[in-house]
Ligand binder design. Structure first.
Ligand code: MG
Ligand code: MG
Length: 263
């Protein structure tokens, strides 16, 4: 069942997502060679709790193993999603996808950004740019009267035109009182297929894209997902609401990008 949100609920969702955006910016301020993802997790966890919110990833159940042990996912280089923060320092030239979720006043925010650690190669920079653009292509297709398949088609065709791989095993999702609600929002699809997009629909659109083959595998920790061929992966995510027929982006990369441009 898809729960459409009222205007008031959309504003509550915006507040939760703005907190997630501010948390990601705070994490971004601290990303540099030598910092560990465990340190970044501590920063995010404290930031969310200080705002009176709950980090929703912490203790998130896993059908394959133990609950998620941290408040953000940190996926480095060929790790695609669900990377577990650890004590290994980040290195110059790495990329790290930081996925963050928070619940504020009963509503959820969910957003992800792939950061550069120090200077990265031109090829990597171009890859990240394309993946981020694919998110906005998906958002453009998210309007009342379109279908969920139009979003996936937009992301997929944009990425594949650049020779990139679209991961099939993980998808975007509806979001509201629960972090994961219906419908599923794949990053691949056929135009005109899937559930109808209506005003009040709140979804997280989140391309998970590889520089090579899209096949992935799960590490023995039962969380971390990596590319099979060892190529880089990137992940950008916004939570949006369909508002007056169009996508209203409830999360934000504005502060993050300001910080990234100052580095
Ligand atoms: Mg997320
Ligand atoms: Mg999500």
């Amino acid at each position: 069942m898809i729960f459409l949100k009222t205007e008031d609920e959309i504003e509550l969702m915006r507040a939760a997502n703005q907190l997630v955006a501010a948390t990601l910016a705070e994490v971004g301020r601290n990303i540099k060679p030598g910092v560990t993802t465990a340190q970044l997790n501590k920063i995010a966890d404290e930031y969310i709790r200080d705002a009176g919110a709950v980090p929703t990833f912490k203790d998130f159940p896993n059908p394959f193993g133990g609950p998620f042990p941290a408040s953000i996912c940190t996926s480095v280089n060929d790790q695609v999603v669900h990377g577990v923060p650890n004590d290994k320092p980040l290195c110059e030239g790495d990329i790290v996808s930081v996925d963050c979720g928070a619940q504020l006043n009963g509503y959820n925010g969910d957003s992800c950004y792939t950061f550069c650690v120090g200077e990265v190669s031109e090829e990597t920079r171009k890859f990240l740019h394309t993946v981020k653009e694919s998110l906005y292509e998906g958002i453009k297709a998210a309007r009342a009267g379109n279908r969920i398949g139009d979003i996936g088609w937009a992301v997929q065709s944009y990425c594949e035109a650049s020779g990139l791989g679209v991961v099939r095993e993980f998808v975007g999702h509806g979001i509201g009182r629960e972090m994961h609600e219906e419908p599923q929002v794949p990053n691949y699809g056929r135009r005109g297929n899937g559930p109808l997009i209506k005003n009040g629909l709140c979804i997280a659109i989140e391309p998970m894209i590889t520089m090579g083959n899209p096949q992935v595998y799960m590490e023995p920790d039962k969380w971390t997902i990596r590319t099979r061929d060892g190529h880089l992966a990137a992940h950008y995510e916004h939570t949006i609401a369909i508002h007056h027929g169009k996508a209203d982006i409830l999360s934000s990369f504005e502060e993050i990008e300001k910080i990234e441009n100052q580095k």
